[in-house]
Design a protein around this ligand. Structure first.
Ligand code: ZN
Ligand code: ZN
Length: 97
């Protein structure tokens, strides 16, 4: 009780279903992946093998080095490499702090 009538910003279910379709292939076969060590959740697309993270309402591609707890890391890496053919050299530790 005592909750103001228009306090609709409680973010306690922000991870309910923030992503309903894969931005790349349009599949709805998105699997939530809990990154225990980071206390975050991202989404693995079962159809295309891409991983996505939702932050502040924006969807970001998860790069394999930061894809904690990935369900299919091998596939995630392969698809990411195919999508970023010249990014694999300078990916290492660039923004790792
Ligand atoms: Zn997909
Ligand atoms: Zn992944």
């Amino acid at each position: 009780m005592g909750r103001p009538p228009n306090a609709r910003s409680e973010p306690d279910h922000v991870f309910g279903r923030p992503l309903s379709q894969c931005p790349a292939c349009g599949s709805d076969q998105l699997e939530p992946v809990v990154e225990i060590h980071h206390e975050e959740v991202h989404f693995f697309c079962r159809d295309c093998g891409r991983c996505w993270r939702v932050e502040l309402g924006y969807v970001h591609r998860v790069s394999p080095p930061t894809c904690a707890g990935c369900l299919e890391r091998t596939r995630c890496e392969a698809v990411y490499a195919a999508d970023h053919p010249d990014a694999h050299e300078d990916e290492n530790e660039r923004t790792r702090s």
